[in-house]
Design a protein. Structure first.
Length: 189
């Protein structure tokens, strides 16, 4: 079975109170563009992530707002910051780390927890899961063809009625496999 592959660059999901600290009271995110997952969008707004070792500007905010602030970066960026965030599913902040300052136009926040490297995953609706005989939290592999072909192992299936069938990998993973937007992979169960 084929799955479209999307590249998920560094980004941040914000909690309402943190958004207001960074951008001002009652601030509302402006939609830059909708994302493939229903109701999700890239906001016009960006922030800066910084520590004593490195500074990363123009980090895109993704909406809508979340229950907790969460930052997702790739391994290369983690090394530049000199930190070791855990690899987790988006939303799973268990044992996540902090150690970064989040800087907006109206304020800044010391991130104490919520920094992860996102686990590569496939979004599936219950209909997709039934069609392909997959289960939520199941691990599969995905083969990517091309000059730098490889097989991604430990790809977690995430099932939710709002999900649209596609795979998300970070920029390091995309670069390793030579994946460009519009690429597809073959799911191996």
């Amino acid at each position: 079975m084929k799955v479209p592959i999307e590249i998920s660059a560094r980004h941040i999901h914000l909690y309402k109170k943190d958004l207001e600290t960074l951008f001002g009271k009652d601030y509302q995110l402006k939609v830059f563009k909708p994302l493939s997952q229903k109701g999700q969008f890239a906001a016009e707004e960006t922030i800066t992530l910084a520590n004593a070792n490195f500074r990363l500007e123009k980090v895109r905010i993704l909406g809508p707002l979340r229950e907790k602030t969460q930052v997702e970066i790739c391994q290369t960026e983690a090394r530049l910051f000199g930190i070791e965030p855990p690899i987790r599913e988006s939303g799973d902040l268990k044992d996540s780390i902090g150690g970064l300052e989040i800087i907006g136009p109206d304020g800044k926040i010391e991130l104490e927890k919520g920094l992860i490297i996102a686990l590569r995953h496939i979004h599936a609706s219950p209909t997709d899961a039934m069609k392909y005989k997959l289960k939520d939290k199941q691990l599969v592999s995905v083969k990517v063809e091309g000059q730098r072909s490889l097989i991604f192992h430990n790809v977690v299936i995430r099932v939710d009625p709002s999900f649209v069938w596609n795979m998300h990998i970070d920029t390091d993973e995309a670069n390793a496999a030579g994946v460009k937007e519009g690429a597809e992979g073959e799911v191996i169960v």
